[in-house]
Every structure is written in structure tokens, then in C-alpha cells.
Design a protein around this ligand. Structure first.
Ligand code: GTP
Ligand code: MN
Ligand code: MN
Ligand code: MN
Ligand code: MN
Ligand code: MN
Length: 201
């Protein structure tokens, strides 16, 4: 079950909870796979220390910093790059799976999600810094990964990618973003997701 979406302001009202912010960075691209399949977009995720896929970002302390200042700090640690994420880039907030909205406590976690479009050149700079100067490289973050958005034969591409394990509701955050931004056609996305779920069965 997905928990109910909260506005940024509503979510900040739960002051006794822990808060975390993550961001999906993406760009357009003209590159083609095998000189043929247009990649169309680059979407960045990361392989976390725990072996799960997620977005860059982390725990923030709203009593000491704004959500966005906390997110920018986490990005500096995890990808070694200052990305000027603002409240305008916020797309959704909700209680983390397993966190109860009915009895908010200091152990409940509210997850804030942001999406930011940058230039392809900046994506390359993020990847470079994430693999070299980022403090958390090889520690909290094992590496950045690009999400394959195309579907080739027999589940190659997005279906296999979606069949991996994700932290929290990161898979849903990815799917909703791809739909909302029109980065993958709805029918292709639903087919890829159905295929990914079959692989688990
Ligand atoms: P520390 O510095 O070790 O505290 O880690 P962090 O601050 O980088 O925190 P992390 O990024 O692990 O995020 C905190 C919590 O948010 C995690 O324990 C997960 O429950 C959740 N989380 C992490 N990444 C994602 C993500 O991409 N999407 C969602 N929905 N939740 C996430
Ligand atoms: Mn090759
Ligand atoms: Mn993190
Ligand atoms: Mn971190
Ligand atoms: Mn942290
Ligand atoms: Mn840390």
C-alpha cells in the first residue's frame, strides 16, 4: 500500500518525525544505443551501500536547515556536486512505507521527493565527481547508474532494471516521475512494469 501524498507544508507540520529528501536528476540526450536506439533521456539513480537502488539525498533536520539546504548538503556528500535544488523542484512527500501517519513519532520517517532537469553536460560532471571527489563514494554510495528507459528484446532495458530491488518507495517515485514527465510512454511503461513483476514470480 502506498501511503497518502502530503503537500510540502503539510509534511513539515509533522515536526516530531524524521525527514529525508531525495532527488531525481535528469536530462535530454541525443545519444543512441548501438548507434540506433535513441536514449532520449538520462535519468540518474545510485547503487546504495545496502545493495538497493535509490535516489541521491538523505536525512535532513528541518529544525536546523530547510529541506532544500539539507538536500543540497546530502548531494554534496553523495555526488560531490552542488546542485541548486529549490522548493519549486519538490514533487511529493509521504510517510515512508511502514511509517505510520496515525501515530507520528520520532521514529516515523517522512520522505520528500524532488525532480530536477539539468543539462547532459552537468550529468557527466555529476557522474565524474560522484566517482572521484564525493566523500561518500565507495561508502554510502557504490556508484551512480543511468536508468535504461527503452525496452529491447525479452525484457532487456527498463523491464530488467525495474526487476531489481529498490529502497523504500524509490521504484514508485521513479515510475510516477517517468509518467508525469512523459519520459516513457504510459503503455510501454506499464508493459515494462508487468514484465518486471513476472520476473519476480
Ligand atoms: P546517513 O548519512 O547514513 O544517515 O544516510 P542518508 O542521510 O544518506 O540517508 P538515506 O539516503 O539512506 O535516506 C534515509 C532513509 O530514506 C533510508 O533509510 C530509506 O528508508 C529512505 N530512502 C533512501 N533513499 C530513498 C529513495 O530514493 N527513495 C525513498 N522513497 N526513500 C529513500
Ligand atoms: Mn559493446
Ligand atoms: Mn543517502
Ligand atoms: Mn547521505
Ligand atoms: Mn546523512
Ligand atoms: Mn552520511
Amino acid at each position: 500500500m502506498e501511503s497518502k501524498q502530503l503537500s510540502r507544508a503539510e509534511a513539515l507540520g509533522f515536526s516530531g518525525c524524521r525527514h529525508a529528501c531525495h532527488v531525481m536528476l535528469y536530462s535530454d540526450t541525443k545519444s543512441r544505443l548501438f548507434g540506433r536506439t535513441p536514449m532520449e533521456h538520462i535519468v540518474l539513480m545510485q547503487m546504495r551501500f545496502d545493495g538497493l537502488l535509490g535516489f541521491p539525498g538523505g536525512l535532513v533536520n528541518p529544525s536546523k536547515e530547510t529541506l532544500e539546504a539539507g538536500l543540497i548538503r546530502e548531494l554534496l556528500e553523495e555526488i560531490g556536486t552542488e546542485i541548486p535544488v529549490t522548493a519549486e523542484d519538490h514533487v511529493e512527500s509521504c510517510f515512508a512505507p511502514g511509517s505510520s501517519p496515525s501515530s507520528p513519532s520520532s521514529s516515523s520517517l517522512i520522505i520528500h521527493f524532488y525532480v530536477k532537469k539539468i543539462e547532459e553536460e552537468q550529468i557527466r560532471e555529476v557522474e565524474k565527481a560522484a566517482a572521484s571527489t564525493a566523500a561518500d563514494h565507495g561508502l554510502e554510495v557504490m556508484g551512480m547508474v543511468r536508468v535504461p528507459l527503452y525496452t529491447l528484446l525479452r525484457g532487456s532495458g527498463l523491464p530488467f532494471f525495474l526487476s531489481h530491488s529498490f529502497i523504500g518507495n524509490a521504484r514508485s517515485q521513479l515510475i510516477r516521475s517517468l509518467l508525469r514527465l512523459g519520459l516513457v510512454a504510459p503503455d510501454r511503461l506499464h508493459q515494462a512494469l508487468a514484465h518486471a513483476l513476472e520476473m519476480h514470480a
